[in-house]
Design a protein around this ligand. Structure first.
Ligand code: NAP
Length: 320
């Protein structure tokens, strides 16, 4: 009998075809809706490989339901939706898609930073509503990006790519990690800062760390209180890293100037979420890696990892 692959979202034919040539492939029918939990648990019971997306909670219950599972391949670089300890204890390999999405996500991060700083979305929507009556001296005035200080929390692959883009805008680059990146400091002049110093000094604070027990709620009331009144917070990492209630208060009380968010604690975010009532928040529906080439590249990494594991080879991008 051929090994069984279960894919939790409807994916383009071209990326699924190489799997269909070798294995029995089952795929959830919807592109936009998550697979219901009961179907996931039923399918995983028979699957040799699971191809998941970040909206799927691949927890202990899933691994316990699985009888033949050898690999979970996640369509993302972040893997906070997967209980990797449970995977390891069951001897299941987990893979992700790093690298291929670095530049695309850095582009989006910078686009969101510019859009938030210069009120692009607000200005565009006012024009469309017919509210552009005349040139005005101070309407839609924002914050300068050129020459400002950017502080990157999580200076990894994407963080560094954002920092290199910031150099093109003559920005001073501060970063905070658990470990220093001496080579990048020497090559580009990036400066390491403790978290508090970075928050105090930066005009733009950009979060690009993974979502882990350590980074959960990393930016809360105390951290936001350290930021400048004129500063902008950009989060393209994961929602849970920022305390959304504290962020709402800081924005509402003009403790910080604005925020640009691609990610939320609960996704999709409720359109009635308090943060969405604020004029100084720019929001996007988690589209960091969303270019055609990158998404197809990510999917090809997932497909290759599944083929490698099911054919007895070591896959690329193995997490556990
Ligand atoms: P990466 O190369 O692993 O970089 C993550 C960086 O975060 C590392 O340099 C790490 O350095 C630092 N870090 C880890 N824990 C930290 C902590 N407690 N405090 C401060 N820094 C910490 O990952 P990447 O490829 O750049 O991706 C980063 C994250 O972006 C992913 O985990 C994902 O959640 C998110 N992402 C979002 C989108 C989107 O669509 N919005 C797209 C792609 C990625 P140390 O180990 O030295 O601390």
């Amino acid at each position: 009998m051929k090994p069984v692959v279960f894919i939790t979202r409807k994916l383009p034919e071209e990326v699924v075809l190489p799997l269909q040539e070798k294995f029995t492939v089952r795929m959830w029918k919807s592109e936009s809706e998550s697979v219901p939990r009961d179907i996931l648990l039923k399918e995983v019971a028979e699957a040799d490989a699971l191809w998941s997306v970040i909206a799927d909670r691949i927890d202990k219950e899933v691994f316990e339901a699985a009888k033949n599972l050898k690999v979970v391949s996640n369509l993302a670089v972040g893997f906070n939706n997967i209980d990797t300890e449970a995977a390891q204890s069951k001897g299941v390999i987990v893979t992700n898609t790093p690298g291929v999405l670095t530049n695309t996500t850095a582009d989006l991060t910078f686009a969101l930073l510019l859009a938030t700083a210069r009120k692009l979305i607000e200005a565009e929507s006012e024009l469309r509503k017919g509210n552009w009556k005349s040139w005005t001296p101070m309407d839609y005035t924002g914050m300068d990006v050129g020459g400002a200080t950017i502080g990157i929390i999580g200076m990894g692959r994407i963080g560094e790519a954002v920092a290199r883009r910031a150099m093109g805008f003559d920005m001073k680059v501060l970063y905070h990690n658990r470990s220093r990146k001496i080579e990048a400091e020497k090559a580009y002049g990036f400066e390491y800062a403790e978290l508090d110093d970075l928050l105090i000094q930066s005009d733009f604070v950009v979060i690009l760390a993974p979502f882990t027990p350590e980074t959960k709620g990393l930016i809360g009331q105390c951290e936001l209180a350290l930021m400048k009144k004129t500063s902008v917070l950009i989060n393209v990492a994961r929602g849970g890293i920022v305390d959304e209630e504290a962020l709402y208060d800081a924005l509402k009380n003009n403790q910080i100037w604005a925020a640009g968010l691609d990610v939320f604690e609960v996704e999709p975010v409720d359109p009635n979420h308090p943060l969405l009532t604020l004029p100084n928040v720019t929001v996007l529906p988690h589209i960091g890696s969303a270019s055609i080439r990158t998404r197809i590249g990510m999917m090809n990494l997932n497909a290759n990892a599944i083929i490698d594991v099911l054919e007895g080879r070591e896959p690329e991008n193995r997490l556990v």
